[in-house]
Every structure is written in structure tokens, then in C-alpha cells.
Design a binder for this molecule. Structure first.
Ligand SMILES: *Cc1c(COP(=O)(O)O)cnc(C)c1O
Length: 386
């Protein structure tokens, strides 16, 4: 893989001052979009791009997804929605957070559709539409068992009786969200589907959406008219009972700032949590917990939770992860490879997002959205650039 002088060969676009590189493969993102759309052939595949497109950069991800055929985007906040609208002027944009009091005019102004999650939100949107004499589109979010956002079943019944309210705006999508789709055998999946099936018929006929990324893999009964793909687009695992069919989108490499040799009995890092058993070469690498490398990944009592790679050479983490850096044991890596200025792989061919997440006791979603702002971001394969 990386040759001894591979630093410049492997990373021709690296800024010499960059502490770490986040490489984002937009062609893989577009391929993942097409793969997911192909898994739900009867449905429209929308892209969930909240939290800056799960950390990879919404302003680059959205045009790439649009070029791959995506026509509908979901953000969390209105501000994310406004920016998504700017990145994909022709697309439909929904903001999942729902309608905060007084924000109906702001949604209309930037043409971001609210996902209405309570009777109060429906009332406020309907009143705003009446005041403008314009039936503006919005989604209706039904809670079928996750108990976060969305109308509870009794609220759906109440709303169903208020035909004036439903006629004042343009209900464009009825949706619900699965709590356990990543566990295909969990009984709540089927319970939620049946509740959705029942409750949506109480409302005027409109397109329906239930599945997130793992929901897509639950099969056609969960697809309805639209699926909402999030984490799988970005390459993380959405299925736990089969190999991940998605292409990796993200690679992370951090730079070695220094290499030193320390003697047996010396300690490494904060808390002196690791005492060296023998003479050890230590590489100090510039990514830490402020950059999304969880402190949990540090080594305690010599037991290392994460192994970085330099080319194909493993380099386990030594000592604690600090804010801006971490230390690796490079005793067994050739000196010409583990050297000042070179890059080590933290996420890439040897370590997937999900492996890093597993080692940190978290999920790929948190790894992706935790990426810090200090990485130099390098985008490759942009389908929107052609
Ligand atoms: C985040 C989110 C999604 C996407 O979920 P993934 O598991 O990332 O695919 C879909 N729908 C709603 C309501 C969400 O909040």
C-alpha cells in the first residue's frame, strides 16, 4: 500500500499543514444511493442529509446525490433545510424537527416543508396557510411506537375528524419512523408497520413513508411510496445479519508529528495509564477526541482498543487519547514508514467506520457525525462536477 515515500504519492492533495485528512468518495456515495434505490424498486428513494449529511459535508453530498437521481431531501433543522435548498434548487426538502412556534413563515420563505408532528403543529401550519390563502405542502408524522416526535394514535383519530384543518394545507406525505429496524427480527417492526397501515388510512390519501436505511432491508412491505435513506448512504452498516453491501465513503488519515523512543518503565500520556514493558517507538499522531476520535479508544493498562495502520503495518494505540493527538506503538513498523509527516490510517481499508464504532462501544452514526472541523476534507469522484 503506502510506499516509504508514499506520503505524497497517496495524498497528492494534502495541505502540508493539515493535521489529518478526511477523504470523502462522492462516487461511492452516488453508488450507494443507486444501490439503496434499487433495493426499493417501487418507491422513491429520498436522502436524509441531517447533521451536515452525517458529517461528510451537506454542500458536497447533496449535489452529488441529486446528480445520482435523488429528488427529495430530509434535514433535521430548518437552517439545514435552507442550505439544502440552496444546494439542490429543484428538489423537495423536508425538515424533520417539525414546526417550532412561530416558524411557519420561515419555512414558507425558504420553501422547506415542515414535518408536522403534533396536532398543535398541524393547527399552526393550517392557520398560517389560511392567512396566506395558500395550501402549502407539509408532511404529517405519525408516531407508531418510538415515542419521540409524531402524532400519537389518538391524535391521528382526532385530526382525522377535523376535515377543515386537513383541507387548509396540502398534506404531501404521511410518515412514521421505526425504532428497531436494525434488528430485523424485533417484533416492534411488524407492530409499527401494522399501526402505520391502520392509521394512515384515517387521513386523506397521500404518499407514505416508513423505512430508514435498515428499514429498506426489511423488505417491500416496509417501502411504501418513499424510503428515507440515511446512514447506509454514507457507507455505514444498516444490516446486522448480513455483510454490509454499501461502499465505504469515508477514509480518515492522521499525520505523525513526532516519533520517539522511550525506555522500559516509562509511562505514556495523561494519567500515565500505560507503562512500557520494553523499549518502544512511539508515534504521536494528530487526531484526538476534539476531532471525533473517542477518548474511549485509548489504551488502559496496556490494553489497546484501536489499531491504526501505516500502509499495511499495524500500530496499536498506546496510552490515552488526548484532545488533539494520540500516541501509537510503532516499534514494529519500519522506521522509513513510521516517520515524521507520514499519515496513518484510522478509518480506511483496514478499519471500517463500524469497526471503529464497535471498538468505542458506539455506532457508525456517532463516528460519522462526530468528525471534527479540523480535518482537511478531500472530495473525490464528484458526479456533480461532470
Ligand atoms: C435520521 C432519520 C432517518 C434516516 O435514518 P438512517 O437510519 O440513518 O437511515 C429517517 N427518518 C427519520 C425520521 C430520521 O430521523
Amino acid at each position: 500500500m503506502t510506499a516509504p515515500d508514499g506520503m505524497s504519492v497517496a495524498f497528492p492533495h494534502a495541505d502540508p499543514a493539515a493535521p489529518a485528512l478526511l477523504t470523502i468518495d462522492l462516487a461511492a456515495l452516488a453508488d450507494n444511493y443507486r444501490t439503496l434505490a434499487g433495493r426499493a424498486p417501487g418507491a422513491e428513494c429520498a436522502a436524509v442529509v441531517k447533521a451536515d449529511a452525517y458529517g461528510i459535508g451537506a454542500d458536497r453530498a447533496i449535489p452529488a446525490l441529486a446528480a445520482a437521481g435523488c429528488r427529495t431531501f430530509f434535514t433535521a433543522t430548518l437552517d439545514e433545510g435552507r442550505r439544502a435548498r440552496a444546494s439542490a434548487p429543484g428538489a423537495t426538502v423536508y425538515a424533520l424537527d417539525g414546526l417550532f412556534p412561530g416558524t411557519a413563515p420561515l419555512h414558507a420563505e425558504v420553501k422547506v416543508r415542515p414535518v408536522l408532528g403534533s396536532v398543535e403543529e398541524v393547527q399552526e401550519w393550517a392557520a398560517f396557510c389560511r392567512s396566506r390563502s395558500e395550501a402549502l405542502p407539509a408532511a404529517i408524522h405519525i408516531d407508531t411506537g418510538i415515542n419521540r416526535l409524531g402524532l400519537r394514535p389518538e391524535a391521528v383519530e382526532a385530526l382525522a375528524g377535523q376535515k377543515n384543518l386537513l383541507a387548509a394545507f396540502a398534506p404531501a406525505l404521511v410518515m412514521s419512523h421505526l425504532a428497531c429496524a436494525d434488528q430485523p427480527c424485533h417484533p416492534l417492526n411488524e407492530r409499527q408497520r401494522l399501526a402505520f397501515e391502520h392509521l394512515r388510512t384515517k387521513l386523506p390519501a397521500m404518499p407514505a413513508s416508513l423505512a430508514n436505511s435498515p428499514g429498506i432491508f426489511l423488505g417491500p412491505l416496509f417501502h411504501y411510496d418513499m424510503v428515507r435513506a440515511g446512514v447506509a448512504l454514507y457507507g455505514a452498516r444498516a444490516v446486522t445479519d448480513a455483510p454490509n453491501p454499501m461502499k465505504p465513503v469515508v477514509a480518515l488519515h492522521a499525520r505523525i508529528a513526532q516519533v520517539r523512543t522511550a525506555a522500559a518503565g516509562e509511562a505514556v500520556g495523561y494519567g500515565a495509564s500505560t507503562t512500557l514493558a520494553g523499549e518502544t517507538r512511539i508515534a504521536t499522531v494528530m487526531a484526538g477526541y476534539a476531532d471525533g476520535i473517542f477518548r474511549r479508544l485509548g489504551a488502559e493498562s496496556g490494553e489497546s482498543r484501536l489499531t491504526a495502520f501505516i500502509g499495511d503495518h499495524p500500530a496499536p494505540v498506546l496510552g490515552r487519547v488526548s484532545m488533539d493527538m494520540m500516541t501509537l506503538d510503532v516499534t514494529h513498523v519500519p522506521e522509513g514508514i513510521a516517520r515524521r509527516g507520514a499519515f496513518v490510517e484510522l478509518i480506511g481499508p483496514h478499519t471500517s467506520i463500524d469497526e471503529l464504532a464497535d471498538r468505542a462501544g458506539t455506532i457508525g452514526y456517532e463516528v460519522l457525525t462526530g468528525f471534527g472541523r479540523r480535518y482537511q476534507r478531500i472530495y473525490t469522484g464528484d458526479p456533480a462536477a461532470n
